[in-house]
Ligand binder design. Sequence first.
Ligand code: TRP
Ligand code: ZN
Length: 436
Amino acid sequence: MGDRRHPELGSADIDVDRYGVALRYEPDPDRFSGTVTITGILAAATDRIAFDCDGPAVTSVQLDGTSAAFEHEGDELLIPLDGPRAAGEPFEVEIAFNSDIAGGDEFVDAGVFPGFRHLGVWAVNEPDGVSTWMPVNDHPTDKAAWTFDVTVPEGLTAVANGVFLGSAPAADGVTWTWGQSEPMASYLVTTLIGPYEIRDGGTSSTGVDLVHVVLDDRTDTLDPYLAVTDEQLAFFAERFGPYPFDRYGLALADSVPGLAMETQGLSLFSALDFDGSLGYVQHLLLAHELAHQWFGNAVSPAQWDDIWLNEGFATYAEWMWLDHVGLQSLDAAAEDALTALDAGGGPVRRPDELFSDVSYRGGAAALEALRRTVGDEAFMAGVRAWVQERVDSVGTTDEFVASMERISGVDLDAWEAAWLDAALLPDRLPPERIAG
Ligand code: TRP
Ligand code: ZN
C-alpha cells in the first residue's frame, strides 16, 4: 500500500469488499485451521493478487471457484491470475490455512495469543498482527465487511466483531457466527475464545445496542462499568457526533493485564484490570477505547505515521472525561504530558515508535494547543466535521490540518510546525484564544 512505516503491508492493486472467515480452534497445542474467502475488485490492472500472510501455512487456494496455484514467499501470498485482468474486475479467492497460536505470558507483538488463565485465545492485531494468523490485505485503507464462523470445542464460546448471529452444533464442537456489516479495518478484528458469556446490555440512553462479553465465572465484575459506559456514550456523542456504529460493548477478556484495544464495536480489556473496581485506571481505559470508535475505527489512519490521530484523540478524550468526572483537570493532564515528554520521541506526525508517549500524550497535548489556538467552538465543530466527513474511511494528518483551517478560518502553519513537525514539543501550551 506504500506505507512508509510498514512497506510490507497491504496491496493497492485490490479493493476487498468482504472477508468470510471460517476458523476452527483446536487446543493443545493451540492452533487454528480455516478458510478465508475474500471477495473484491481489482483496483489496478494486474496479473496476480497479493495478500499479507506472515505465519499461516497455506494449504490450498481457489480462485473464482477453481483450484489455483499460489506462491508463499516470506510474508506474501501471491496468487497468479489466469492472465492480465483490468482494473474494476471482480475476484473471489478462498484460502485454506493452518496457524499456530504463539505461547508466552508477555504481550510481545501484535497477533493471537492463548488465554491468560483459561483455555482459549484472544487477539490484539494492531498494526500488523492479523496477517500472522490469517491471510488478509492488512492495511486500514482497505476496509471491508466481515463474517466470522468460529468452531470451538463444546463448552467454549467464540466471539468476533459485529452482530451475534447464533451458534449451532458442528462436528466436534459448536460454530459461533458473527457479522460485521459496517466497513472495518483489518487491525480491528477481534477473536475471543474461552469460557465467555455473551451479555445483552439492552440499548444505551443514546440508542446504541449493547452486547458485552465476560468470563462466565466473573459475571459480577461487569456491572460497575455499565452506567459509566452509558454516560460516556452520551458525553462523547454530544462532543464528537453520533456514535459511529450500530452497537458497542465491553469485552472483559482473559488477556494480559495492562493492555486494552479498541477492537471495533467491542473494546477489549483485561479481566485482571477490570475486577469490579471503578477507579482512575478503569475510567481512563473505558474513555480511551470508546473514543477510539470515532478516532481510529470510524476514521482510520491513512498510513501508520498518522497514528497520533488515533492515540492523540483517544488520550484527549480520556482527559475530557477525567476532567468531567473530577478525577483530573484537563489543564493538569496537558501540563503533565509536556513535562513527561521533555525527552522527545520524535515529531508527533512521525513518531520514533508507533505506540509511544509522543503519539498518546504528545498527540493529545497538540490537540489541546489546537483548541486554544482556534477557540473551543471552532475546535469542537472541526472535530465533528472531521468524523462526519470521513466516517467508514481514512484520513491523513495533512487533511486534518486543512479541515481544521477551513472550519476555524485560522492559519495553522505555526501550530503545525510547533506541535506536529518539531522533534521536541514546546514546553508550554499557548494561551486560550480570546473570543471575538
Ligand atoms: N491501540 C491500543 C490502545 O491504545 C494499544 C495497542 C494496540 C498497542 N496495539 C499495540 C500497544 C501494540 C502496544 C503495542 O488502546
Ligand atoms: Zn489507544
